[in-house]
Structure formats: structure tokens, C-alpha cells
Design a protein around this ligand. Structure first.
Ligand code: SF4
Length: 222
């Protein structure tokens, strides 16, 4: 991956857990399991379709996306273009599982919408996610709140990638139990092991920071 460009699909990793994002995209570890394999097969099936026109809507598949503003690139499963003046664009993402309470799937659709807006000079108000397991299409409203969350995820992922440093495990242990990288990550071992924090404190705390901390603690500056 070009270190200045993020793939849209990586945002779901960052939104799920920044450490998962770093393990995959900085340390380049990956472990395929049943869920990731099913997801990959589903996308291969969806992406192999051709464009078609039905009534007043054009369906484009496997659409390439990019944004200079957000330094993003990616592919979209399906773009629906409703005829009219102006044309209306609906990004549609296919997911293996079922709808989630958390918003990381919606972040991916919103990032696609940001790319479409930049590439086609338009406004995208709605997208959708098709959940394969329950055969359900969920609308995604591209409102200000989702845009803000998405831009924060994009900025956070860029910053983490540029730092090249893998953060500690998430405090949300429920996510660890459902994580495809659980064995490779070893979050509980990391949480028990204080040596990483010791090395960070000893080697990476700048002298200036130490002085500031000393001052905050009431010690005299040297
Ligand atoms: S096991 Fe937990 S801490 Fe590790 S990558 Fe997965 S969610 Fe993050």
C-alpha cells in the first residue's frame, strides 16, 4: 500500500480496533478464517457482475473509487445511479453477516460516498448495505454525524499508518472475542506484560516531556 493512500476497506479494521488495523496494515499479519473467507467469496461473486440498466436506474458493479482530499482509494460493490436531473447516486456494500449495532460498516459506505461526491461533483444522501446472512438491505443515511465519524476514522487511520507503531489492545474485550486476529494479537498476554509499557516510558518519553511531568508533579526544573 502507498503509505499516503488508504484503502477504504481498511477503515472497518480501524473502526473495529486500531490495533487490528495496525497488525494488518503495518505489521502485515493476516489470518483467514471461515468468516473472512466467506466475505471474500461473496465479494468475488458480487464484483464479477456487469453493468446493467433497469427502468430508470443504472447498476454499475466493481466501481473504482478515489479521493485526493481524503487520500483514499478502493472499489465499490455496487453503484446505483437513478436517472434524473441531477442524477442520484447510491453506494451499496455487500456484507456477509447481519446488521450491527456499531457503525463500522456504515463508515465504509460513507467513505465511498465521500469519494463519489469528489469524483462526480455531486451530493450523496443515502447508501445501503446488503446483509447476505439475513438477506436484508439496510439504508445508510449519510448525515453530518456519520460524515464526522468517518472523517475522524480516516484521519486516525492515516496518523496511525504514518506513525508505524502498533497501539495496545482495545479495552473493549467483547471485540477481542469476535476478532479474526485474536490468536495472532494475544491481547491478554499483552495486557499482563508490563515490559512494553516500561520500554515506552523509558525510551520514548522525551526529556521535555519528563521535565513537564516533573513540573506538574511539583519538582523544580533543572
Ligand atoms: S484481539 Fe482485540 S486487541 Fe487484538 S486486534 Fe483483535 S480486537 Fe484488537
Amino acid at each position: 500500500m502507498d503509505e499516503n493512500i488508504l484503502s477504504i476497506s481498511t477503515l472497518q479494521h480501524y473502526a473495529y480496533c486500531p490495533r487490528q488495523f495496525a497488525l494488518i496494515h503495518i505489521e502485515q499479519v493476516w489470518e483467514e478464517n471461515r468468516f473472512t473467507a466467506e466475505g471474500r467469496v461473496l465479494h468475488e461473486r458480487v464484483d464479477s457482475g456487469v453493468a446493467e440498466q433497469r427502468r430508470g436506474t443504472r447498476y454499475e458493479r466493481d466501481v473504482l473509487l478515489c479521493s485526493k482530499q481524503y487520500r483514499l482509494t478502493g472499489k465499490m460493490d455496487l453503484l446505483e445511479i437513478e436517472q434524473g436531473d441531477p442524477l442520484k447516486y447510491f453506494p451499496v456494500e455487500y456484507k456477509r453477516g447481519k446488521p450491527k449495532v456499531e457503525g463500522w460498516d456504515r463508515i465504509q459506505v460513507c467513505a465511498q460516498a465521500l469519494c463519489i461526491e469528489e469524483m462526480r461533483q455531486t451530493q450523496v444522501d443515502t447508501g445501503a448495505i446488503w446483509y447476505w446472512e439475513v438477506c436484508k438491505r439496510e439504508p445508510v443515511i449519510i448525515d453530518d454525524a456519520l460524515r464526522k465519524t468517518t472523517v475522524e476514522a480516516i484521519d486516525g487511520a492515516h496518523t496511525l499508518l504514518e506513525s508505524g507503531k502498533t497501539p495496545p489492545p482495545t479495552e473493549n474485550r467483547k471485540r477481542c472475542r469476535a476478532c479474526s486476529l485474536l490468536d495472532l494479537c494475544g491481547p491478554n498476554t499483552f495486557r499482563r506484560d508490563r515490559s512494553a509499557r516500561y520500554i515506552d516510558d523509558e525510551l520514548f518519553t522525551s526529556p521535555l516531556q519528563s521535565t513537564e511531568n516533573d513540573n506538574e508533579n511539583g519538582h523544580d526544573a533543572v
